[in-house]
Design a protein around this ligand. Structure first.
Ligand code: SF4
Length: 350
């Protein structure tokens, strides 16, 4: 629970220190927030801004939208794509006029029943426009949450439902709207899908994904059929001149550097024996982390271990000892990025 409170407090503190100046952030009305949330579905904020401004000039309130001609509406939407969003807006505006006196209802369930409004959008409007502590779980939320709490579960439909329930407990009762905006902001600007900017992140100190060394592996997508899962053991051998890396010769990874690795889950004794075969005497130290990489037809589930070189030896043919600087500069496949980061971090500590 303590970690959950910390999570919300840090996030809000960071958001309030400064964030992107998006026009719907200063929006005063529920109508404007609704329009922005519908436009932002499947569409980037930078693309939405000019559409949002023009739309509000043409249709400044629920009534003008409900009474609009479909051709005018679609013209205003031209270029934004997913035109059913515009049609649903107009239908919903008609219902809001007929059933709610022209005001968006301040209720998650009632918002959810309007055309074009799903769980996420209902949660976002309810929290931002009405201060209702409802979760707004979209891809940004899912990514930040799974990384911060180190959720390893595959994000299928069932896992998403459970996440929505858990998310309710995360939303601070007194500041649900700021929290929703802060989650969106962090997911869109810092905790990016492929290359999260962890060093700039307010959650960095307690983030499990960051501690594991491979935050970009989370959230886990459901496995595609036909993919084989292979366990692999990555061995980081640290000596006085750095960590041992070997250059791959086979076609797939030709020219790239990797750490010594073996298929399977090896015991410490098996790792030492495998290294001995290559002329390296090492003692096992500890497991540093785990990582996962999805290739097209195969998934590597890797355990990353640290070993200490017992007697300094020249690197075997095709291999080298790399210190933190050299390692950062070497071309290495994405699959070993987590191991590389763990090695750099460890050598950085000396
Ligand atoms: S520390 Fe990195 S992975 Fe964790 S939440 Fe922040 S940006 Fe995302």
């Amino acid at each position: 629970m303590e970690k959950q409170e910390q999570f919300a407090a840090r996030l809000i503190g960071w958001y309030e220190k400064g964030h992107r100046d998006l026009p719907w952030r200063s929006a005063a009305t529920a109508y404007e927030i609704w329009i922005s949330e519908i436009m932002l579905q499947q569409t980037r904020a930078e693309t939405v801004i000019p559409y949002y401004r023009r739309f509000l000039r043409l249709f400044p309130d629920v009534r003008s939208l409900a009474e609009s001609r479909e051709t005018d509406l679609l013209k205003a939407w031209e270029g934004l794509g997913y035109y059913s969003r515009a049609r649903n807006l107009r239908r919903a505006a008609g219902i809001i006029m007929d059933e709610y006196g022209g005001q968006l209802p301040a209720s998650v369930e009632k918002l959810r029943s309007l055309p074009g409004i799903g769980d996420y959008t209902a949660g976002a409007i309810a929290s931002i426009a009405f201060g209702i502590p409802a979760p707004a779980v979209d891809g940004n939320f899912e990514r930040v949450y799974c990384r911060f709490f180190g959720i390893e579960e595959e994000m299928d439909a069932g896992a998403r439902r459970r996440l929505s329930q858990t998310a309710e407990g995360l939303v601070p009762k007194d500041r649900p709207g700021v929290f929703a905006n802060a989650m969106m902001e962090l997911g869109a600007t810092i905790c990016l899908p492929r290359s999260p900017k962890c060093a700039e992140c307010p959650l960095c100190g307690s983030c499990r994904g960051r501690q594991r060394g491979d935050p970009e592996a989370l959230p886990r997508k459901p496995e595609k059929k036909g993919q084989r899962v292979e366990q692999r053991c990555q061995m980081l051998v640290f000596g006085p001149e750095g960590v041992l890396v070997c250059q791959r010769q086979e076609r797939l990874l030709q020219g790239l550097y990797v750490f010594p690795d073996k298929e399977g889950e090896l015991t410490p004794e098996e790792m030492c024996a495998a290294l001995e075969e290559a002329g390296i005497s090492a003692a096992y130290e500890q497991m540093l982390g785990a990582a996962r990489h999805v290739f097209t037809h195969i998934i590597w589930e890797m355990k990353i271990h640290a070993l200490r070189l017992l007697a300094p030896v020249p690197a075997p043919e095709g291999a080298m000892w790399a210190d933190a600087g050299a390692l950062s500069a070497l071309p290495m496949p994405t699959a070993v990025r987590a191991a590389k980061q763990l090695a750099i971090r460890r050598m950085g500590r000396g």
